[in-house]
Design a protein around this ligand. Structure first.
Ligand code: ADP
Ligand code: MG
Length: 267
């Protein structure tokens, strides 16, 4: 299906002090099957809100969100979330954290071990299967979370700043790992980040969100070959795109007061 994840004039609001405040207004987007789309924008522009709505974790006020042609009314087996804060189960070791997804999917116990072994190998944690989350670095924790997300075997990966809590170097390693996995599986990915370099390096297409209330204001295709060449991030093409995206974001005057009834701007 060409338009696998779609939002059509979706508006999402939260109750606040007895009123309803719109966090995202009239957002339309569409993500093709097996496409990698990055959602970029300043803090508070509604990236998480929109991603949660696609995941079926928050309801929408008006408009529609569809996945595989069906309206999203809650979480579903074809969509899985990866959060910034890893959200691992502290009382389970690495193997059992990944196994959790298989339990949720009711994969019979006898079939679980080879699947977990394969996924742990894929994320480079084959030798840490019996470690507990507290014994792992941030990068390793996020690798467990990614292995667990893959274990759900969903078509759509919804990733909310998954590398935001990692140091710069670990982040680069994790980006390369994610691309390697994605090139092997070609899942549909919606990846939220506020890091423009990360978005250009990873995505087929970048959607820029602006704030007050959040909406998608521009879109940039990244027409670089896959797998991305090692020097892509220092190429003229990369820097040119980065310049254009910076320009678009800076053109946004975040100091202007929000209109009545709109969400306050936070930067
Ligand atoms: P981003 O992920 O881009 O930083 P969010 O989606 O977290 O933005 O937030 C968008 C807007 O919605 C902000 O104004 C924020 O304060 C508001 N918001 C987010 N979550 C909630 C919530 N659970 N209750 C009330 N307001 C919220
Ligand atoms: Mg967020």
């Amino acid at each position: 299906m060409d338009r696998y994840v779609e939002a059509e004039r979706a508006t999402i609001a939260y109750p606040r002090k007895g009123r309803v405040v719109e966090a995202v207004r009239d957002v339309s987007l569409s993500v093709a099957n097996r496409e990698f789309v990055a959602l970029v924008g300043p803090s508070g522009c509604g990236k998480t809100t929109l991603l949660h709505a696609i995941g079926g974790l928050v309801p929408i006020q008006s408009g529609q969100i569809r996945c595989a042609g069906r309206p999203v009314t809650g979480p579903g087996p074809e969509r899985v979330m990866v959060f910034q804060e890893f959200s691992l189960l502290r009382w389970r070791d690495v193997r059992r954290n990944v196994e959790f997804a298989l339990e949720c999917n009711r994969v019979p116990a006898a079939q679980r071990k080879p699947i977990v072994d394969r996924l742990l190998k894929q994320v480079g944690l084959a030798n840490h299967a019996d470690a507990y989350p507290d014994q792992l670095s941030g990068g390793m924790k996020q690798r467990v979370a990614i292995a667990r997300a893959l274990a759900y075997d969903a078509e759509v990966l919804l990733m909310d700043e998954p590398f935001g809590a990692l140091d710069a170097q670990t982040r680069l390693v994790m980006q390369a790992l994610l691309l390697e996995i994605w090139e092997g599986s070609r899942k549909t990915v919606v990846f939220v980040t506020h890091d423009i370099d990360e978005a250009i390096y990873l995505a087929d297409r970048i959607l820029i969100m602006s704030t007050g209330p959040g909406t998608v204001k521009a879109e940039y295709p990244v027409k670089a070959p896959r797998p991305r060449p090692a020097d892509f991030v220092i190429s003229e093409q990369f820097l040119d795109l980065k310049r254009r995206i910076y320009g678009a974001i800076r053109a946004e005057d975040f100091r202007k007061p929000p209109q009545a009834g709109q969400a306050p701007v936070s930067v």
